[in-house]
Ligand binder design. Structure first.
Ligand code: HPA
Ligand code: ZN
Length: 343
């Protein structure tokens, strides 16, 4: 691809209105924000120097990534910290021409780290209002269970979500390690969350095999799958996801940085698309991984040699898979269509 073609591709991706469906609040903290927090909270052990932080954000494997992620999360202690994270994310999203994002928040971990629940909720509310007013970005929340903390975390996360039910809360999730953390143990909490009208969006198949994805579907009523990379190893699962139009929130750079895949060329996203799975592209924890939403689109488009209409389809997938009202979806889809017909 020539430099000119690449610049055109970049401009096309930038112009696409996008929805980000898989991004964690703590993992969206910009480098400057992390450095500022680290200076205020030295006990967390997060580097205060830019180069050291870059080394700190070089992950040996997935469990090392989680250790680092938890250290960053432990520095978030009051409503101002939360507001700073939310507005920082909104600014970054606006820069990517992302109009809407579903942001994963892990209340149980924040409460354990000494961030009071009302401070968390206040920071989310003021941050969300500022995101809309100042950046034109609509944010929705997914409250997720930190799986490694077991059923107690499941129960507490459910109670917090249903008791507080903040504006913008649309879904219920499950994150953390997968190996040794069976999805099925969280079935009662997902059932109750779904009965209360929250959508089910667990992580599954990021660091374990297709059986975890099947369990997320059967036991947790998953409406979308977080990561889902290992579905590529199971043809029956690929067919099931395609047939039932269950979207997969693919986060390619995340999988590279946590060393779950070796290269973009060998990433299962190709196989998912070949089997007709509804793929959405997402960043997961963007500054920690050096990822941007446009970068994910560019990387996949270049690696797979996608045409503009195929790239636009990925943006359409995210809008269609979003928990947005029908009118908002059709407005965004119309904007995408206009770009493809004029582009
Ligand atoms: N997987 C599980 N838990 C997480 C992730 C992830 O990719 N990012 C932040 N918490
Ligand atoms: Zn994630």
């Amino acid at each position: 691809m020539s430099e000119f073609e690449r610049a055109e591709l970049r401009a096309f991706i930038q112009a696409l209105p996008k929805a980000e469906l898989h991004v964690h609040l703590v993992g969206s903290a910009g480098i400057d924000t992390v450095l500022a927090l680290a200076k205020r909270r030295p006990e967390a052990g997060v580097p205060t120097d830019r180069e050291e932080l870059a080394r700190f954000f070089t992950f040996r494997d997935f469990s090392h990534f989680l250790t680092v992620y938890w250290a960053v999360g432990s520095m978030v202690r009051d409503r101002h910290d939360v507001h700073t994270l939310v507005t920082g994310l909104a600014k970054d999203l606006a820069g990517q021409n992302a109009r809407y994002a579903e942001v994963t928040v892990t209340p149980y971990n924040h409460l354990l780290d000494g961030l009071p629940g009302d401070e968390l909720l206040e920071g989310l509310a003021t941050g969300r209002a500022a995101a809309a007013a100042e950046h034109g970005v609509e944010l929705a929340w997914c409250f997720d269970i930190p799986g490694e903390k077991g059923v107690e975390a499941g129960r507490e996360t459910l109670l917090f979500a249903l008791r507080e039910r903040p504006d913008g809360l649309v879904s219920f999730g499950l994150g953390g390690p997968e190996v040794g953390v069976g999805r099925a143990q969280f079935e009662p909490f997902f059932t109750a969350a779904r009965e209360a009208g929250l959508h089910s969006v667990p992580h599954a198949g990021e660091t374990s095999g297709p059986a975890t994805i099947w369990s997320a579907l059967h036991d947790l009523g998953a409406e979308r799958i977080g990561h889902g990379t290992s579905c590529a190893a199971d043809p029956r699962l690929l067919a099931h996801l395609a047939e039932h139009r269950i979207p997969v929130e693919v986060c390619p750079t995340s999988n590279l940085r946590t060393r779950q895949v070796e290269s973009l060329a060998s990433h299962p996203v190709r196989r998912m698309l070949d089997h007709g799975v509804t793929v959405t592209l997402n960043t997961d924890d963007p500054p920690m991984f050096g990822a941007t939403l446009n970068g994910e689109y560019l990387g996949v488009a270049e690696t797979l040699g996608l045409r503009p209409a195929e790239i636009a389809q990925l943006a359409r997938n995210a809008v269609q898979a979003a928990f947005l009202p029908a009118q908002r979806k059709s407005d965004l889809l119309a904007e995408i269509d206009a770009l493809v017909t004029t582009g």
